[in-house]
Design a protein around this ligand. Structure first.
Ligand SMILES: Cc1ncc(COP(=O)(O)O)c(C=O)c1O
Length: 391
């Protein structure tokens, strides 16, 4: 038999899975993959059981449970202004990942192009390639990871159909400004280009920053698929419930893919989340303070260690800069941190199509305080060893 011809020959297991697996094998603390190590609100677990006992165990509506979409619409209106019609603009998806995948399939055709910014979340490019398209990746570079909008403008061609945008940004820990959104809007003005705006960290912005959502931008909103995740908002990445917000014409195209991709999302979970949001309509608002305290705890514990912690404007992450202690090489550093300090981190190189020389790795702060304290102590010891070795 002829060898199987892979559609994604260069795609292997993601760095997140590899690091989590190795952390387990080595008994290391896992500050790599972005998931909490603390319990969810027990009320959500109760409501999930109740939803199953109430009999919400058969197929949910393809576009999502109406009560849940109504809560989402109210929340979006409160956060971003304007009206959101749950019937024609909100689709419940299997996490943000499915919303990204389905939106890309809905928009990008064979030999068409999408633009993503590196370091880019790892599902973007494979989704574009499986649609038969080409993903052009424009680098954002440390320390500031700023957008070069002239370069983006120059990268647009008549084949460009989609720009994949992410703010607050994983893994750069930066937040887009209203000026960034204006620049993006100017670039796609008058062109047949949509935006996929990955806003899964919409609530996790620090130091009083306000999230610049495409949904509050009058020119971008009609051209965008905005993607969100209850896994992030409810500290429960295993829920796999997210949603996509888009204008009716875009939503209708998205649903054509969604209905043959996942068809519909776990019915009891959607009912449980709807009931939870009915009891706690402010859900999400507490996240900025919660994660800012964790960021500050980790930063304080590593101050003076020799590692530098660049400013983090948002997300569940904090970058760690090892450039004062070791030459650039984030893959090598992540390996040494894992085996010598017993702390799993995530290098940034796998988020780039063409990785520059990097002196930063990503740490996940969605961890119990004692996990963060222990990880910081191990990393500080490691830094001291490195300084002694270099001295
Ligand atoms: C930037 C970004 N987009 C999308 C996702 C995927 O979200 P979900 O777990 O809801 O599929 C993640 C998860 O880590 C993420 O960091």
């Amino acid at each position: 038999m002829a060898p199987f011809r892979s559609k994604l020959p260069d795609v292997g297991t993601t760095i997140f899975t590899i690091m989590s697996q190795r952390a387990r094998e080595l008994g290391a603390l896992n500050l790599g993959q972005g998931f909490p190590d603390y319990d969810i609100d027990p009320r959500l677990a109760e409501l999930t059981g109740e939803a199953m006992r109430q009999g919400h165990n058969q197929y949910a509506p393809m576009e999502g449970v109406p009560e849940l979409r109504e809560h989402i619409a109210r929340k979006l209106a409160a956060s971003y202004g304007g009206d959101f019609d749950p019937q024609s603009q909100i689709t419940v998806s299997l996490g943000a990942t499915e919303a990204i995948y389905s939106a890309v399939q809905a928009v990008v055709g064979k030999d068409e192009e999408a633009i993503a910014f590196d370091p880019a979340y790892d599902s973007y490019e494979p989704a574009v390639r499986l649609a038969g398209g080409r993903c052009l990746r424009l680098p954002l570079l440390p320390p500031d990871f700023r957008y070069d909008w002239d370069r983006v403008r120059a990268a647009v061609t008549p084949r460009t159909r989609l720009i994949l945008f992410n703010s607050p940004h994983n893994p750069a820990c930066t937040a887009a400004t209203p000026g960034d959104l204006d620049a993006l809007a100017a670039i796609i003005r008058g062109r047949d280009i949509c935006v996929l705006s990955d806003e899964v960290y919409e609530h996790v912005l620090f130091d009083g920053r306000v999230h610049a959502s495409v949904l509050s931008h009058p020119e971008l909103r009609p051209k965008s698929f905005a993607v969100f995740s209850f896994g992030k908002t409810l500290h429960a990445t295993g829920l796999r419930v997210g949603y996509c917000v888009a204008a009716p014409a875009l939503t209708s195209e998205l649903r054509k893919v969604h209905q043959f991709n996942t068809f519909s999302i776990a019915n009891p979970l959607q009912h449980a989340i709807a009931a939870y949001l009915a009891e706690r309509p402010q859900t999400g608002r507490e996240l900025a303070a919660f994660f800012q305290a964790k960021r500050d705890r980790l930063r304080a514990a590593l101050a003076g260690s020799g590692f530098v912690l660049p400013p983090a404007q948002g997300t569940f992450f904090q970058l760690l800069d090892f450039g004062r202690l070791l030459p650039p090489g984030d893959l090598e550093f992540a390996e040494r941190a894992l085996t010598e300090a017993r702390v799993a981190t995530i290098p940034l190189a796998p988020f780039y199509a063409e990785p520059p020389k990097l002196s930063v790795v990503r740490l996940c702060i969605a961890k119990r305080d004692d996990t963060l304290d222990e990880a910081a102590a191990r990393l500080a010891d490691f830094a001291a060893q490195l300084s002694r070795a270099g001295a």
